[in-house]
Ligand binder design. Structure first.
Ligand code: AMP
Length: 372
């Protein structure tokens, strides 16, 4: 098995990894890091949970440390684009964690909050900007950031960018970047539009693919419970009362549905928070923090809000509603069984959701066993 020390990373990075408790690299890290250290472009097919953030953050930090450059006002050396503020925040946190022995300056840029502090954070120049595309373009348009000194571009969760309508903003941003740069592109799935975007942005990329969607995370114990829609809340309440339930992520199809589940659980004496697009940034952050701390062990989320949620130790994912898009099932259950841990995923399926269930089973090429 490959060790981190064999990958060619600088000593301060190895120290930070030891401090973070990482002992062995994940497959995407083993496969991607050596190529990235050589400066190649990369097309990575990988979903959240595979260790992809470290797979790009470590070689980027290595590069930044190895070729110091004086800071220039409003510029960055590396630009990471992510679809949601939650994911952007987690990526920025990862850069800070892995870069703790270095003096890396990271700016986090996303919408929905005032611009003032973000503008200040960019003023003297940074090493890394982690941004959602919309707010970055706003700040660019207003002259608060320059992109012409960017050496490395990372596009994370490109397929989600497509879902959220970010392809045009991304192309717009890419036009402002130097043609000579290193570009990294990550996506869990490769629909045509995304393959086309990758073609435009990457030059002769190395391709790395881990846990392809069709094979799902094999460590996850998956099952289905057939139940009438009207009885789902009672069944969920019973499940959450079981003694072995740890940190549980419940997926609902709609924001309203998520709120109703939380209310129902509260009435049954179970504490839960909801996270979805109608919640303020503060509410979302608090809900996520409560969940991470274990203060509130149940988080009810919609698909979009849950994207990029990176919480270790999620023991159960419960699909209160089956997703309309089969790929979303794989994203959902990928929130458990992180970094080698085991996890369970239980789907509550009403008769009216049989077609979605068939779609999921086709995609993962397996029948979901009926829960005991
Ligand atoms: P990611 O796919 O980047 O969202 O990472 C998923 C989770 O795995 C994160 O919580 C990381 O902290 C963790 N992780 C990443 N690489 C390793 C590693 N080599 N060993 C242990 N945990 C890791």
């Amino acid at each position: 098995m490959t060790e981190f020390s064999e990958l060619g990373l600088a000593a301060p990075l190895l120290k930070a990894l030891t401090a973070a408790g990482y002992t062995t690299p994940t497959p995407i890290q083993t496969q991607a890091i050596p190529h990235l250290l050589k400066g190649h472009d990369l097309l990575g097919i990988a979903q959240t949970g595979t260790g992809k953030t470290a797979a790009f953050a470590l070689p980027i930090l290595h590069r930044l440390m190895g070729n110091p450059r004086p800071y220039e006002r409003k510029t960055t050396r590396c630009l990471v684009l992510a679809p949601t503020r939650e994911l952007a925040a987690q990526i920025a946190e990862s850069f800070r964690t892995y870069g703790r022995q270095t003096s890396v300056r990271v700016a986090l840029i996303f919408g929905g909050v005032p611009k003032g502090r973000q503008i200040t954070s960019l003023a003297n120049g940074v090493d890394v900007i982690v941004a959602t595309p919309g707010r970055l373009l706003d700040l660019f348009g207003e002259g608060h950031v320059r992109l012409d000194r960017t050496e490395v571009l990372v596009l994370d969760e490109a397929d989600h960018m497509l879902d959220l309508g970010f392809v045009i903003p991304i192309k717009r941003i890419a036009r402002e970047l130097p043609a000579v740069r290193q570009s990294l592109f990550f996506s869990a799935t490769m629909p045509k539009e995304i393959a086309g975007l990758a073609d435009q942005l990457l030059k002769d990329p190395v391709r790395v693919s881990v846990t392809p969607v069709a094979t799902t995370a094999e460590r996850i114990d998956q099952s289905v419970v057939f139940v009438n829609q009207s009885e789902k809340r009672a069944v969920l309440t019973r499940m959450l009362r079981a003694p072995d339930m740890g940190r549980t992520l419940v997926f609902a199809r709609t924001k309203h549905g998520a709120d109703r589940i939380v209310q129902h659980l509260a009435a049954a004496g179970l504490s839960a928070n909801a996270i979805h697009g109608n919640k303020s940034q503060g509410q979302r952050e608090r809900a996520l923090a409560d969940f991470k701390k274990g203060a509130v062990p149940v988080l009810v989320a919609t698909d979009i809000a849950a994207r990029g949620i990176d919480v270790d130790g999620v023991t159960h994912v419960i699909n209160f509603d089956l997703p309309d898009v089969p790929e979303a099932y794989v994203h959902r259950i990928g929130r458990t069984a992180r970094a080698g841990a085991a996890g369970r995923a239980i789907s509550l399926c009403d008769d009216g959701e049989r077609a979605q269930l068939r779609g999921i089973e086709k995609l993962i090429r397996a029948r979901l066993p009926i829960a005991a």
